[in-house]
Design a protein around this ligand. Structure first.
Ligand SMILES: [Zn+2]
Length: 537
């Protein structure tokens, strides 16, 4: 396990590195080592002050550097960028659908889902009710096809009956029919789906009886003589449990039916049980509690969008808490660790923001929009100000930094631009904006997945982002992503179906539950969100 002290030493050893050094692929190993700090920010509550200082100070983005020193290897040739990316605010109004949200599961929905299971044939082929998106052709989505996202055939249609009319249809394409079609169209296949199924089975076996996934003590669920290795940090049980729930929801699994129904039911129930009266999910005595809360909010919102209406009130309360934690425009517009606008909680005079927490928050709010929870436009407008402030371009590439330093320079995460750039590109696309998308894409393609240096946080965001970008960019990313995961999934003993966290950049913090949920979410990219995922703005 890395310690903050080790990272301090590493950081001091490279205090003068220029910004573009971090963009050079062969420096990846060093960059990955340094990226460990982000996970410390993400998960570890210890020694925060020292870690924060260590991360930010030495990593200076210097856009004014006029030339590259002669001993610095040159980056790869420019990536040919797609000229068809959408323009800012090039988003159609989201069509409103009247939804019979009652706070209870719709019995008709339950029945339809039950019937639907019989639409798969004996050889596991999907029935004719399949409703994949025929418009998904692997091209850059230029039109932000909101219609396909909002009006897509519902879970009922996916399952083989009629047109859906409820919120469940928002993720209707996650059902077995849509899943199969979209997997094929997007560049996945039987190998990726088998890997997802094995991961979901491993997660199911390692869910505690009360519904949680225990970051550190999940091995209490192990069967057989040899227990799974790779514990993480207990403080983040809420976060990893929410990631596990998202992996099931992405696969179209609900509490209504299917082999994971009980797993989903218990997982959602446990998450809701972690919510306090003000809406926060998870303990607030953890400095980086917004990671727990944002991911839990996303899970609750996506559950509602898939028809788990019992969680609508909890999801809205979680959204409200998240909104209350957002910085004002004057203080940057994003999120970080403190609850700036809630009386009696910690505040930060600098209006601190960071791209990592902001990314998770925006993804949660996006899912809340899909679930038709109340999310004001102002939240996205404020967050886009943060993205504007944290983006810097040089030549043909672009970087979304981690935070903005007091002296005005861009703070990276240990001189590595990749993870925060993947977050920036994704949330830009999410908000229907194009600033930095082409240039950020070029940066991400410098560092495609390689199991020699797994970093599932980066892979997760870049996979979602580049899938939305599509075209050659997606082709370049997709193959190493799915090969890295499918070829390195555990195959033996109790660990069968999981991914080893030992080498992952932040695996020692998130543990095996984290790497397995994130691995599944990467391989579910083909159908988790349709192309054109965005928010009404
Ligand atoms: Zn086990």
């Amino acid at each position: 396990m890395k310690s903050p002290q080790v990272d301090v030493v590493e950081e001091i050893a490279e205090p003068e590195a220029e910004w573009y050094v971090a963009l050079i692929p062969h420096m990846g190993i060093s960059s990955f080592l340094h990226l460990g700090i982000l996970m410390l920010l993400y998960i570890s509550g210890k020694d925060f002050g020292a870690v924060k200082q260590t991360i930010v100070e030495p990593a200076v983005f210097k856009p004014s550097v006029p030339t590259k020193p002669p001993d610095v290897p040159q980056p790869d040739p420019p990536v040919k960028l797609d000229p068809n990316l959408p323009t800012d605010r090039d988003v159609e109004d989201q069509e409103k659908v009247d939804l019979p949200i009652t706070g209870e599961r719709d019995p008709a929905h339950e029945k339809d889902m039950e019937v639907s299971d019989h639409y798969e044939t004996d050889d596991n082929e999907d029935g004719h009710g399949a409703s994949g998106d025929p418009n998904q052709k692997g091209e850059v989505n230029t039109a932000f096809q909101i219609d396909s996202f909002v009006k897509g055939a519902g879970m009922r249609a996916v399952r083989g009956k009629g047109e859906g009319t409820g919120a469940s249809e928002r993720f209707g394409h996650r059902g077995p029919g849509g899943r199969k079609n979209l997997t094929k169209i997007g560049g996945g296949g039987k190998q990726t789906e088998d890997a997802v199924r094995k991961a979901l089975e491993w997660l199911q076996k390692h869910q505690s009886s009360d519904g949680r996934w225990d970051c550190a003590a999940f091995d209490g669920c192990c069967k057989g003589s040899t227990k799974c290795t790779g514990p993480g940090t207990t403080d983040y049980n809420v976060g990893v449990s929410a990631l596990a729930m998202l992996a099931y929801l992405a696969h179209g699994e609900t509490s209504g039916s299917g082999p994971y129904a009980d797993t989903v039911r218990r997982g959602l129930s446990w998450l809701k049980g972690q919510q306090s009266s003000d809406g926060c999910v998870g303990p607030k005595n953890i400095e980086k509690h917004p990671y727990n809360h944002t991911i839990a909010t996303m899970a609750l919102a996506e559950a509602v969008a898939m028809g788990e209406y019992n969680y609508k009130d909890a999801a809205q309360k979680a959204v409200n808490y998240l909104l209350a934690c957002q910085n004002t425009k004057e203080k940057g517009g994003g999120w970080r660790y403190h609850n700036y606008n809630i009386p009696g909680t910690a505040s930060d005079e600098n209006g601190n923001n960071d791209t990592s927490v902001t990314g998770w928050a925006l993804m949660a709010l996006k899912s809340a929009r899909v679930a038709e929870l109340t999310v004001p436009d102002d939240a996205f407008e404020r967050a886009s100000l943060w993205l504007d402030s944290i983006y810097e371009a040089r030549e043909y590439k672009g970087v979304f930094g981690y935070l903005r330093k007091a002296n005005g320079s861009l703070g990276l995460v240990h001189q590595s631009p990749y993870t925060t750039t993947s977050v920036g590109v994704l949330v830009r696309l999410l908000m229907g904006q194009n600033k930095g998308v082409n240039e950020g894409t070029a940066t991400l393609l410098e560092k495609t997945p390689d199991w020699k240096n797994p970093n599932l946080y980066y892979w997760y965001y870049a996979t979602l982002a580049l899938f939305q970008v599509g075209g050659d960019s997606w082709t370049q990313w997709n193959k190493p992503m799915k090969d890295s995961l499918c070829q390195n999934q555990e195959t033996k003993g109790c660990q069968d179906g999981s991914w080893d966290p030992a080498q992952d950049t932040w695996g020692d913090q998130g543990g095996r539950v984290y790497t397995t949920a994130m691995g599944a979410l990467c391989l579910e990219v083909y159908y988790r969100y349709k192309k054109g995922m965005t928010v009404k703005h």
